[in-house]
Write a protein that binds this ligand. Structure first.
Ligand SMILES: Cc1cc2nc3c(=O)[nH]c(=O)nc-3n(C[C@H](O)[C@H](O)[C@H](O)COP(=O)(O)OP(=O)(O)OC[C@H]3O[C@@H](n4cnc5c(N)ncnc54)[C@H](O)[C@@H]3O)c2cc1C
Length: 352
């Protein structure tokens, strides 16, 4: 291990965590990936077992991570989804075949991520069924290097995790508490994803409504809505997809749209054809995660440098001011397309 080599913890073995692990190892770092689920894939690890989850996903810790529903196909074409040196190509029959469509199903993405993991030998770095519960600076308050001074290089981080593997007694009842452990790292990369926690709208009367209500995070198949009258709130990608498949089994479907201009030409055609349904591709793929991963790995290897704390704080402040003055909601601050949104919002404002 060279002198710039760091002991790095990556939280999550979804697409971002996997490519980060690969880049870190390429730069000579010692990597440990902690993943709460039994396999890699993150959002693409489809989980049909949603019965025990709160339908609105209000709990602090949800058992279900993936929001992927059974019929989901990618919103981005294969060509832009794959990592730069491991293209997301159609597999030959002799290699196992699969879904050859340009916008394939979620199972094809999971197969691709598993292949990526095998090809680069990443599984040995991953501790599965291990959920991180706490991350904090070591010796934060004792003046020995913790804290946000200029001594970033000396920072160490404590990561506390629990092994989620269940132990059973002879009657197959769960016994004992999950084993918890703490480990110290030079750096921690958080790649835990940001779609697993439902964001609920603030709708008057929602708490009093006693009939079926669920967030799309828990939605899997349309059958439970057979012959029902359903309102789908939100007409972005999931809202549109789910409305379309519900319209095949439900009695009536109402798609509630804050911004009707979001109804694409394709959806309008479907709406026109479906007499019970009243009422854009995603262009950021895995290469974006890969470029972030390369930057982090090189930073930790001393090949890149962070700006000073003052410069970073000033830049954050400027970003917040720009966000507020262009009326972008706070919850969009970390969206990758944030700058595009600012431009889109500023131009109409400037034109009055
Ligand atoms: C419905 C839907 C459709 C989408 N469609 C597309 C698409 O077509 N194209 C596209 O490019 N993107 C799409 N996305 C975006 C998708 O989130 C990304 O493709 C990608 O999965 C993000 O990868 P990630 O590794 O950052 O996060 P995730 O995929 O969410 O992975 C995070 C990982 O971290 C683990 N984790 C979380 N917390 C902890 C913890 N405390 N301890 C240990 N492990 C933890 C999780 O179990 C998970 O494995 C879609 C997302 C959704 C929800």
């Amino acid at each position: 291990m060279n002198s710039a080599s760091k002991h790095v913890c990556v939280i999550g073995a979804g697409p971002s965590g996997l490519v980060t692990a690969r880049e870190l190892r390429k730069e000579g770092h010692n990597v440990v990936v902690l993943e709460q689920k039994h396999d890699v894939g993150g959002q693409w690890l489809y989980d049909p077992n949603v019965e025990d989850e709160d339908p609105l996903g209000k709990g602090l810790f949800l058992k279900v991570h993936s929001s992927v529903y059974a019929s989901l196909r990618t919103a981005s074409p294969r060509e832009i989804m794959g990592f730069t040196d491991f293209p997301f190509i159609v597999k030959k029959e002799e290699e196992g075949g699969g879904d050859s469509r340009r916008y394939p199903s979620h199972t094809e993405v999971l197969a691709y991520l598993r292949d990526f993991c095998e090809w680069f030998g990443l599984r040995v770095l991953i501790r599965f069924n291990t959920r991180v519960e706490y991350v904090g600076m070591l010796n934060y308050n004792d003046g020995s290097g913790g804290g946000c001074g200029d001594g970033f290089e000396n920072l160490k981080w404590i990561v506390r995790s629990v092994l989620e593997e269940k132990k059973f007694d002879d009657d197959r009842r769960v016994v004992g508490l999950p084993a918890s452990s703490e480990e110290v790292f030079d750096a921690v990369v958080v790649a835990s994803g940001h779609y697993a926690q439902p964001r609920l709208p603030d709708i008057k009367g929602m708490d009093e409504w006693k009939r079926k209500q669920m967030h799309s995070h828990i939605y899997r198949i349309p059958q439970p809505f057979k012959n029902e009258v359903v309102v789908v709130v939100g007409n972005s990608q999931s809202g549109q997809d789910i409305s379309m498949e519900l319209s095949k089994v439900a009695k009536e479907v109402y798609l509630s749209a804050k911004d009707p201009s979001n109804v694409t030409e394709g959806l309008s055609k479907v709406l026109a054809k479906s007499n019970n349904l009243h009422l854009h591709p995603m262009l950021i793929g895995f290469p974006f995660f890969e470029s972030q991963a390369k930057w982090i790995a090189q930073l930790l290897a001393g090949k890149n440098h962070l700006p000073s704390v003052e410069q970073m704080m000033r830049s954050i402040q400027e970003l917040y001011e720009l966000r507020d003055s262009s009326h972008i909601p706070k919850h969009h601050t970390h969206l990758v397309c944030f700058e595009v949104m600012i431009v889109k919002n500023i131009i109409p404002l400037q034109n009055g």
